[in-house]
Design a binder for this molecule. Sequence first.
Ligand SMILES: Nc1ncnc2c1ncn2[C@@H]1O[C@H](COP(=O)(O)OP(=O)(O)OP(=O)(O)O)[C@@H](O)[C@H]1O
Ligand SMILES: [Mg+2]
Length: 250
Amino acid sequence: MAYNCRVSASEVVLSAEGLAKRYGDREVVSDVSFALHRGEVFGFLGPNGAGKTTTIRMLVGLVKPSRGRVVIDGHDLGTDFEAAMRRVGCIVETPDLYKFLTGRENLEHFARMVGDGAAGRIDTLAALVHMDGRLDGLVRTYSLGMRQRVGIAQALLSDPAVLILDEPTNGLDPAGIREMRELVRRLAGEHGLAVFVSSHLLSEVEKMVDRIAIVHRGRTLAAGTLAELTDGGKRGLEDLFLELTGGETV
Ligand SMILES: Nc1ncnc2c1ncn2[C@@H]1O[C@H](COP(=O)(O)OP(=O)(O)OP(=O)(O)O)[C@@H](O)[C@H]1O
Ligand SMILES: [Mg+2]
């Protein structure tokens, strides 16, 4: 399927530099930096309250950073907001779907907002997320896994270079988790998307990602390939994670 193919090794497609977010007198994100490459799955790992969702909200323009810079596909989010936003699709926490519309009606609705030929991509995207044949059911009758997959199709309507998913396997059963993992791998490997996945579920993420960053108390403490960070697999990711985060949640 020729949906989207622009694979090119190690091309940075999203960079975050020194991101910080203050709410009142509390800084919930203090220093988050990483680079995301085309065609890779990047895991953003941290305990509850580490600042993952807040970081994602900054990456997709839902909240304004107090400090730092985000560049998406060459567009600075601070100075070139709309162009940067056109290059990123996301699901923050849960997919934003109308329950009393069908999957197709939801996609048609969002396609109208996106414009730019998005409606013509609906069937291809439905097949890509394995929802062809189910798209005419009401969203309220979908399983969580189906809603997540329609949410991903929705996020891809604008043909972005980056897909950002906040805890995409939360609440899914083992079959749903596997389906999500395979979809994410396919989007990166076959379609050249950079996929950013936040999670605190290490064993799931381990099977899905090429590189990771570990975030704790609003700071990225380590970043690299799994092999680099685990010393070629000599130490477990869980040991590293607990050592860096002190085993605490905030
Ligand atoms: N709008 C807000 N106002 C004040 N504090 C906030 C706001 N949003 C988040 N926080 C605080 O910021 C901290 C980080 O929250 P965030 O949701 O980013 O963490 P997280 O890593 O996504 O956690 P989880 O794994 O539980 O989803 C938390 O202590 C949270 O209470
Ligand atoms: Mg969160």
